[in-house]
Design a protein around this ligand. Structure first.
Ligand SMILES: N[C@@H](CCC(=O)N[C@@H](CS)C(=O)NCC(=O)O)C(=O)O
Length: 116
C-alpha cells in the first residue's frame, strides 16, 4: 500500500472556506470589492444586494487565488460571483438577479442578515 502525504495546504483552504460559509450567513465570493467590483457579473450582484440593503460578507477572490481555485470544486459551480446563504450556494449573478426579480431573494437575505 502506498502511503499518501495529505495535501495540508489544500485542506486548510477548504476548511477556511467552510468556516467562512458557516460563520457568515450571507456571503458573496466576488471579483473586487463592493465599492470597486472588478467584473460586470460581480457588479450586478452587488447592485442587487445593495438594493436589498442588509449587511453581507464578501471575499475578493482576486486577492485570494487559493480560494478562487478551491471554491469551484467544493461548490461544484465553476464561476464567480457565488452567493451563499445559510450554508447553501444560491448561484451566480444570473440566478441572483432571477431570485431578486421573482421576489425570492429579499426575504431570504432579510431572514439571514439582521438590519445593521
Ligand atoms: N453567468 C455567470 C457568469 C459568471 C462568469 O462567467 N464568471 C467568470 C468571469 S468573471 C468566472 O468567474 N470565471 C472563472 C474565474 O475567473 O475564476 C453567472 O451567472 O454568474
Amino acid at each position: 500500500m502506498t502511503e499518501q502525504t495529505p495535501n495540508t495546504a489544500a485542506n486548510d483552504v477548504e476548511q477556511l472556506i467552510r468556516d467562512q460559509i458557516k460563520d457568515n450567513k450571507v456571503i458573496l465570493y466576488m471579483k473586487g470589492t463592493p465599492q470597486f467590483p472588478q467584473c460586470g457579473f460581480s457588479a450586478k450582484s452587488i447592485e442587487v444586494l445593495t438594493q436589498i440593503g442588509r449587511p453581507f460578507a464578501f471575499v475578493n477572490i482576486l486577492e485570494n487565488p487559493e480560494i478562487r481555485a478551491t471554491l469551484p470544486k467544493i461548490a461544484n459551480w465553476p464561476t464567480f460571483p457565488q452567493l451563499w446563504i445559510d450554508g447553501e450556494l444560491m448561484g451566480g449573478s444570473d440566478i441572483i438577479l432571477q431570485m431578486y426579480q421573482s421576489g425570492e431573494l429579499k426575504p431570504l437575505v432579510e431572514a439571514n442578515s439582521p438590519a445593521a
